[in-house]
Design a protein around this ligand. Sequence first.
Ligand code: PEP
Ligand code: MN
Length: 360
Amino acid sequence: MENKKELRTWLDELNLEHPLVVAGPCSAETEEQVLKIAHELKDAGVSYFRAGIWKPRTRPGMFEGVGALGLKWLQKVKAETGMKIATEVANAAHVKLALEHDVDLLWIGARSTVSPFIVQEIAEALDGTDKIVLVKNPVNPDLALWLGGVERLYTAGIKNLGVIHRGFSTYEKTKYRNIPEWQIAIELQNRFPDLPLICDPSHITGNRDNILDVSQTALDLNFDGLIIETHTDPDNAWSDAAQQVTPASLIKIMANLKIRKETSGGAAYNKELNTLRAQIDVIDSSLLEALEKRMRISDGIGKLKKSGNVSVLQTSRWNELLEKMISEGKDKGLSEEFILRMFKAIHQESINHQEKILKS
Ligand code: PEP
Ligand code: MN
């Protein structure tokens, strides 16, 4: 697949003056719950009402969705509020039912995108549909797998496409439920600038307090829209309670988001932006130079260790260094998470250099 303007026709045709917003509960629970949320959202600038009908849950025994019955409730939402409707499909049977119930937007969940078999099955069941299909990133940070999912749909004749960035699973404890790894979404955007890119801050943060912040980052990176889990009684939601916001909070979030234009055209503005970017380029080059020097010293240590027959890794030295850098970094306004990730990467490169010398 290559970048094509037609990929974003469906989005352009909505003629929105603001980013696209998809909102609604993580899961459809009861008919009353679905309709109550929908009525509170109908005048909030929401284009698509979302609700999960079939829920992929990490552990068995949790609420797994109401099933096909919920599609009737979504149809009621459309009839009563005029909002278009969206749900997740994870196999051919789901697709058949969703199409029969005239669901306008179908998305493929993160746990499905990891499986080319599942995506292929869904693509074949969708065969040539003009409904909108969005592919969530796979749970693991693999851009090729994500794009592969989009390509399978494109090849099956589905042209109203888009992607949802919902963050990536990690074993490490971080402030996110799924770490954003923004550079992956940026790379996707660079390769397919016309493929609509939507951020799911709910599944990235796992926590309603950080939704505004992550949404703002997404808009600053020129994302086309947001999908935000919204519930009238979030604390008692049957799934993903901690990350859902009330319709009133959603409206507040939308009002607080700063929508920045990609270019302003003003000569003075462009000059200032170019200057700042040039300064960053200079600093990036000096960062690389410093790293090169550091690796050369590391090579020297490797040679010493070889002659002294000492192992490459000395854990106590490494822990000391890390603690020192975390504390110095804090004084400079750099987060512990960043320092840890950066020094782990630098340390790994040092180890590789020394290993090479020890094996030579
Ligand atoms: C969802 O949107 O409710 C969902 C299950 O998302 P994900 O596939 O991103 O986990
Ligand atoms: Mn959810």
